[in-house]
Design a protein around this ligand. Structure first.
Ligand SMILES: [Ca+2]
Length: 158
């Protein structure tokens, strides 16, 4: 009788723990909604530029200078350059933003391999007007994560 009671209590605890984990999961992965602006708005896959720039703004109550730049990634794959970040207000809207830079050639390789390939586009078949590609930028500040995304046009001109 006692054994059954203990077993029941254990089962209830297990359901509780699993329930909490399931409910928490979506919040844990989503994090703070950031506003992200990626430049250039049109990226030529044949260009020899060095960097792609992104500006990150956080909602009220969060400070971009708390962002740990070593945690900032484009699509969870390409790390932000650790030397070239800067806090400013590029769009002059009174909300501070963090500028980060990503290696352009690494990004171009990533676009061919993981973006266009999955859209069924291969080098010769990229449309003349280009394609819209969305990128997510994620990172953390203190103990929280943020995530934001932006869409840019990708072209392939000689
Ligand atoms: Ca701003």
């Amino acid at each position: 009788m006692r054994k059954r009671l203990i077993l029941t209590v254990c089962m209830l605890c297990l359901f509780l723990v699993v329930g909490v984990l399931v409910l928490r999961a979506p919040f844990a992965t989503f994090g703070i909604g950031a506003t992200v602006d990626i430049y250039p708005k049109t990226l030529n896959l044949k260009s020899n530029g060095t960097f792609v720039t992104a500006y990150i703004e956080l909602p009220e109550g969060y400070d971009v200078s708390d962002i740990n730049v070593t945690t900032v990634f484009l699509d969870g794959t390409i790390p932000a350059d650790l030397r070239l970040w800067e806090i400013g207000d590029y769009d002059k809207d009174g909300v501070p933003d963090m500028m980060v830079k990503f290696d352009r050639q690494a990004m171009i390789n990533y676009i061919w391999t993981f973006k266009l390939y999955h859209m069924g586009i291969e080098p010769p078949s990229i449309p003349k007007e280009g394609v819209e590609v969305e990128f997510a930028i994620t990172g953390s500040l203190n103990t929280e994560n943020f995530e934001g995304s932006d869409t840019i046009r990708v072209v392939y001109h000689g």
